[in-house]
Design a protein around this ligand. Structure first.
Ligand code: HAM
Length: 415
């Protein structure tokens, strides 16, 4: 039996209905913040992602040569594509540009619970603005989205990559090797970071100081200890979030983020219920447009791991009941099947969701099917009732039946 490829999933109707329900909640929340939806291709020139993250990224890409000899990659994320789209088509539009997106991304990772090779991101980008309000707006939207979805137990940690970048540069790490150091610090691999920096000529005192910076964690009061512009910036972001009702923030200067295009504020959200793959959202401020042939433009954005946020909900015990349909139409006898089809068509035209027995089942079996289809009502079409222009309407939850005229059927079901 052929199965779907490793790290990918099929979504059956109940699951997909649930996913659409939550996707639409997220869409709605993004729109209430003044963001508009965009879509970019699922594959791009591999160059787009290599420019962003260096050739090492090829290891985690689904990349291939197409029939025209072009190097193509399935997108591993959507920030680079959205910025490319901005450079190509939107650079003259009034700023800021606030867009959101939902779609699948592909990473060649080792699959496990919460980690897939095809997964879905819901993200947002604010392009062309560099103010503390911009960062606060992005964080506030992420908060609102996670809250609206209904995840209860999660935490958002906010940091500023500028603090660490500056400290690393001051300690003498050459700028072309910053990424290497940040990668180690991101994973808190101090045993590997120390010899790496020692090789670059950084002395131990500076190294200890850098390590203690990445361990600067706590409530907003730790911001008093954050030096320079980055500290001022974060204090303003926090003040904006405070008036937006977002309090009890966690500051963590060790938030480095795996991707290396961030320049300023960075943040991550995690849901502890998820165990190892607990990160449900990540983002920050960055510049990318200049890499793709545009002017340098500051942006802030984030992406929520849609699959993970649904897993977190499930782990917290919340469930989704599929909607089902309004009516299931069935006939008592074979000679009423055409009439049943006609009544189903009438209901549908009137905006009532209706299914109809197309297999000529006996009534008991058809009713059983109606219940598995989660129909609220069964419309039973019999010759005797039709003579009076009526059908039997059965409430599937109570089993109560009543005679309803065909003319008022749609209103009765809707009512
Ligand atoms: P990221 O942290 O790489 O950031 O991904 C965002 C989220 O996608 C993660 O927090 C995680 O929830 C989810 N995710 C990542 N990989 C997988 C996977 N293999 N399976 C399931 N979920 C996964 C970005 O992608 C940036 N583009 C975010 C951003 C937008 N920064 C600025 N704007």
């Amino acid at each position: 039996m052929i199965q779907c490829p490793r790290g990918t999933r099929d979504f059956l109707p109940d699951e997909l209905e649930k996913r659409r329900f939550y996707e639409n909640k997220l869409r709605h929340t993004a729109r209430t913040f003044g963001f508009r939806e965009v879509e970019t291709p699922i594959f791009e020139d591999a160059e787009l992602f290599i420019l962003r993250s260096g050739p090492n990224v090829l290891k985690e890409l689904y990349a291939f040569e197409d029939k025209g000899g072009r190097q193509i990659a399935l997108r591993p994320e959507m920030t680079a594509p959205v910025v490319r789209m901005f450079v190509n088509n939107m650079s003259n539009e009034p700023k800021p540009i606030k867009v959101f997106y939902f779609g699948q991304c592909f990473r060649y990772e080792r699959p496990q619970s919460g980690r897939y090779r095809e997964f879905f991101q819901f993200g947002a980008e604010i392009i062309g603005s560099a103010t503390p309000e911009t960062d606060a707006e992005a964080i506030a939207l992420a908060y609102a989205m996670i809250g609206q979805i209904g995840v209860k137990n999660y935490r958002i940690r906010i940091g500023h990559i500028g603090v660490l970048r500056q400290r690393i540069a001051d300690a003498g790490v050459p700028s072309d090797r910053t990424a290497e150091v940040l990668q180690k610090l991101d994973k808190k691999l101090y045993d590997e970071a120390r010899p790496l920096m020692q090789d670059m000529g950084v002395d131990d005192e500076d190294i200890d100081d850098i390590f203690s910076l990445t361990e600067t964690v706590g409530g907003v009061e730790v911001l008093d200890r954050v030096p320079g512009e980055a500290g001022d910036w974060l204090r303003q972001v926090v003040a904006y979030l405070d008036v937006m009702g977002i309090k009890d923030l966690e500051i963590d200067l060790g938030v480095v983020r795996g991707l290396d295009y961030y320049t300023g504020m960075v943040f991550e959200a995690e849901a502890p219920a998820l165990g190892a793959e607990k990160q449900i959202c990540g983002g920050g401020s960055y510049t990318l447009s200049e890499l793709f042939g545009g002017e340098r433009v500051f942006s802030t954005g984030f992406a929520i791991g849609f699959d993970r946020i649904l897993l977190a909900l499930e782990k917290e015990g919340s469930s989704y009941d599929p909607e089902g349909i309004d009516a299931y139409v069935l006939s008592v006898t074979d000679d009423m099947r055409v009439k049943a089809a006609e009544i189903a068509a009438m209901l549908r035209a009137d905006g009532v969701s209706a299914d109809v027995d197309i297999m000529g089942r006996k009534m008991a079996k058809a009713l059983k099917f109606a219940s598995s289809a989660r129909a609220r009502y069964a419309v039973i079409v019999g010759a005797k009732e039709m003579d009076q222009g009526a059908v039997t309407l059965r409430d599937m939850s109570t089993g109560e039946q009543e005679l309803v005229s065909v003319d008022s059927l749609a209103d009765r079901i809707r009512g």
